[in-house]
Design a protein around this ligand. Structure first.
Ligand code: NDP
Length: 448
């Protein structure tokens, strides 16, 4: 598995200390393995124990969140915030509300976020947080009560120049609004302490669209550079039907592709005529319903139970935008057999490491999450800039900056992969390009 003793020891030590955290170890293994060529050339990393410090979060906070539901019953959830690495800027990363959230998931997301934020070229460190609270089926009042209780603890750990959370699975505009309102109430200050805010209180135009749009800008640049091709005329499968999936579908369609399938955690829809996104938006953004309801609007479409079946659908481009480990080696083999030319990740770590390696081996254009979905946090960085300047940029200005950032992230990732001798190994390209800046900053700032 490892070629260098130093990296091997760092990973083995991590396994000893975090043996029950499988997602965290999976992300760490993927990163450490691909950093080996860089680490070999830089002995100062071992001398200063940079890898040991890089994998260990600066701070990990776990807290109780008690709130009262609509029946008057007290509910108790667990909240988390990991402040992973602040060497290139304030901690930055989303909050996830989903019943599966635990320390392992928060730490995997936090570690990935450190490299992702570095890749954006903006001055942002890495953090992540969330709770095992499930917003599904809760009333607006219950979601508000939970968010207020969550922020009543979180506020003491964050700040506009310290740590700036945003959304992720289960945390959209509604939740960010309630969280921001509670922070303001407690601190009596209006500052850019959260991103993804509503447009009337400091939010940025194009932040809602940014992750999905950015994913497509990255993919378009990758197709152009690596295959002399584009989205035009391609068949696309998008998993998920949340924020990232919806805007990936929108941009892919605008760029001339036909998106034929989308999913949620219950199953997927297939519409050979191309997904009607207005319908999906109505179901998911307005009614907070299930993707199956698409059939009520478009009876000619097909629905199948089980989210994973979506990878059986033949496509040119696959955009996994739901959740971690949703695409495994078996799915990768089917996609390659069906002639997929690009797989770019909107979700965080949606492909297992085996699946990612299979794509690379088979010369599929592969966009690893930390590079391909960095448009969300990059635009959050632009929201922070606007808040600091007390100014608002137009949609086009933000969208143009997003496009430039995604093009640069792809080129940086790709050129690093080329320099390593395999242009298709964008996994190593992204990890090394992101790590180099973090490692240099850590070395420059002394031992801490
Ligand atoms: P949303 O909550 O808006 O949507 C999540 C979507 O994924 C829903 O369709 C949900 O279905 C589906 N999903 C969740 N869990 C599973 C599962 N176990 N199996 C199948 N489908 C599932 O979240 P986002 O769109 O914001 O996030 C999606 C992914 O993108 C995550 O990995 C997130 O970390 C990543 N990401 C998000 C960014 C952002 O700006 N929002 C930025 C960068 C990455 P259901 O409704 O049934 O749960």
């Amino acid at each position: 598995m490892f070629k260098t003793n130093y990296v091997k020891h760092v990973y083995e030590d991590l396994v000893k200390k975090n043996s029950n955290e499988k997602e965290f170890l999976q992300a760490a293994l993927e990163i450490l393995e691909s950093l080996e060529p860089y680490v070999e050339k830089h002995p100062e990393l071992e001398k200063n124990k940079v890898l040991e410090r890089f994998v260990e979060p600066e701070r990990f906070v776990q807290f109780r969140v008690s709130w009262v539901d609509d029946r008057g019953e007290v509910q108790v959830n667990r909240g988390y915030r990991v402040q992973y690495n602040s060497c290139i800027g304030p901690y930055k990363g989303g909050l996830r509300f989903h019943p599966s959230v635990n320390a392992s998931i928060i730490k995997f997301l936090g570690l990935e976020q450190v490299l992702k934020n570095s890749l954006t070229s903006l001055p942002m460190g890495g953090g992540k947080g969330g709770s095992d609270f499930d917003p599904k089926g809760k009333s607006d009042r219950e979601v508000m009560a939970f968010c207020q209780a969550f922020m009543t603890e979180l506020y003491r750990h964050i700040g506009a120049d310290t740590d700036v959370p945003a959304g992720d699975i289960g945390v959209g505009g509604r939740e960010v609004g309630y969280l921001y309102g509670q922070y303001k109430r407690i601190r009596n200050e209006s500052v850019g302490v959260l991103t993804g805010k509503g447009l009337s209180f400091g939010g940025s135009l194009a932040r809602t669209e940014a992750t999905g749009y950015g994913l497509c800008y990255f993919t378009e640049e990758a197709l152009k550079t690596m295959k002399e091709d584009s989205f035009k005329g391609k068949t696309v499968v998008v998993s998920g039907s949340g924020n990232v999936a919806i805007y990936a579908c929108q941009k892919a369609t605008q760029l001339g592709a036909k998106v034929v399938a989308m999913s949620d955690s219950n199953g997927f829809i297939y519409d050979e005529n191309g997904i009607n996104l207005d319908v999906v938006k109505d179901i998911k953004e307005v009614k907070r319903g299930r993707i199956k309801d698409y059939l009520l609007y478009v009876p000619s479409a097909k629905y199948q139970e089980g989210a994973k079946g979506i990878w059986q659908i033949p496509c040119d481009i696959a955009l996994p935008c739901a959740t971690q480990n949703e695409l495994d080696l078996e799915d990768a083999k089917v996609l390659v057999k069906n002639g997929v030319m690009a797989v770019c990740e909107g979700a965080n770590m949606p492909s297992t490491l085996e699946a990612a390696k299979y794509f690379i081996e088979h010369k599929v254009v592969y966009g690893p999450a930390k590079a391909a979905n960095a448009g969300g946090v990059a635009t959050s960085g632009l929201e922070m800039s606007q808040n600091s300047m007390r100014m608002n940029w137009s949609f086009d200005e933000v969208d143009q900056k997003l496009k430039e950032i995604m093009t640069n992230i792809f080129q940086n990732t790709y050129q690093t992969a080329v320099s390593l001798g395999n242009a298709y190994d964008t996994l190593a390209g992204a990890n090394i390009a992101g790590f180099e800046k973090v490692a240099k900053a850590m070395l420059a700032q002394g031992i801490y």
